[in-house]
Write a protein that binds this ligand. Structure first.
Ligand SMILES: NC(=O)c1ccc[n+]([C@@H]2O[C@H](COP(=O)([O-])OP(=O)(O)OC[C@H]3O[C@@H](n4cnc5c(N)ncnc54)[C@H](O)[C@@H]3O)[C@@H](O)[C@H]2O)c1
Length: 316
């Protein structure tokens, strides 16, 4: 490496809708100088690498190619998007079994090559698969985490921004818990640039707060179902969420993001991976931030943890 030049390498495992869109988004943002695409369907990875590379003259130079596990051993960050989506008639447990088997085949490949970077799990169910990835990879927990509710939080900010007619980047709020049906919007601390949600709602002429919160919370929770019903898969929003997380890691930003990570007594929860805001930087998760929750939010977070633990027990 030339002196003063910081070369950074990413890998994407699983180049379907999600993995390929993540790779495309990462290419556009110029965070990495090299990216390897890995898929059990090698031709697919090759095709995606060629297609994405053709955008390089409009972005910044980097090396993009299809490869195998030897090629990703020295990556700084691996995005794990291999896994199927839920098919009609298939239960969540069926999907989990299928994707757990895929993880069981992939992670020993990283382990045997002493992979030394950060592993970002995106495949669903992301919380359980993050837990399994920690187990199967043998990597330190702080370096293995899931995209969790970073996407759900973006959906919440988008809907609140639309509702209040303000820039969604001025909305400060989190979705925590499972990336799925038991997720929780943290209304108690939600604000728009320091203004409480209720105050800004009143200012914008909305007075039925309970109804608006219920409807927006439900909309966020059902977003994926609504999109999948219309176009069979979701990939743009998650790709932007992945890009945001990669940026926090590669630039050592110490950003606070609701990623899925292992809890050890925080919020009275242990032995499960779920999303609570955490400081994310170069080494992965630096620490969980103990944000304030009201009584209802805390009991819903604990219930979400129980649901995930029960699913894990069913899998075992
Ligand atoms: N976390 C989130 O917020 C979020 C959002 C959207 C989708 N997802 C999840 O991402 C996953 C991928 O979704 P998709 O729409 O891209 O699915 P897809 O079916 O389009 O792609 C999956 C890819 O994984 C590959 N694959 C399967 N087994 C593999 C293995 N052993 N090694 C390497 N590659 C393998 C397949 O060949 C395929 O290219 C799903 O589990 C989906 O539910 C997560």
């Amino acid at each position: 490496m030339s002196k003063g030049i910081d070369l950074r390498k990413a890998a994407v495992i699983g180049c379907g809708f999600v993995g390929a869109t993540c790779a495309f988004t990462l290419m556009q943002h110029g965070l990495f100088s090299e990216m390897v695409l890995v898929d059990v369907d090698r031709a697919r990875a090759e095709g995606e690498a060629m297609d994405i590379a053709h955008g390089l003259p409009f972005a910044a130079p980097m090396k993009i190619y299809a490869g195998g596990y030897d090629d990703l051993a020295d990556a700084d960050l691996v995005v794990l998007a291999a896994g199927a989506n839920q098919k009609p008639g298939e239960t969540r447990l069926d999907l989990l079994k299928k994707n757990a088997a895929i993880f069981r085949s992939i992670l020993p490949e990283l382990k045997s090559r002493n992979y030394g970077g950060v592993l970002l799990v995106v495949a669903n169910p992301v919380d359980i698969l993050t837990r399994l990835a920690q187990e199967f990879s043998g990597l330190p927990e702080e370096r293995v985490f899931g995209s969790g509710t970073v996407l759900d939080t973006a959906r919440l900010k988008d809907l609140l921004g639309q509702h209040l007619s303000v820039d969604s980047r001025s909305v400060h709020a989190f979705i925590i818990g499972e990336h799925g049906d038991s997720e929780i919007p943290v209304w108690s601390s939600a604000n728009v640039s320091g203004m409480s949600l209720h105050r800004i709602c009143e200012m914008r002429g909305f007075h039925d707060h309970e109804k608006a919160m219920r409807e927006i919370g439900e909309s966020v929770k059902n977003s994926a179902y609504e999109i999948i019903q219309r176009k069979k898969a979701t990939y743009y929003g998650i790709a932007m969420a992945v890009q945001r997380i990669c940026e926090a890691v590669m630039r050592d930003e110490k950003s606070i993001l609701p990623v899925s990570n292992a809890l050890h007594g925080e919020f009275g929860i242990s032995d499960v991976s779920l999303s609570v805001p955490a400081i994310v930087g170069a080494g992965g998760i630096e620490r969980i931030t103990p944000i304030g929750l009201d009584g209802d939010e805390l009991s819903r977070l604990r219930a979400s943890a129980e649901i995930l633990k029960n699913t894990m027990a069913e899998l075992r």
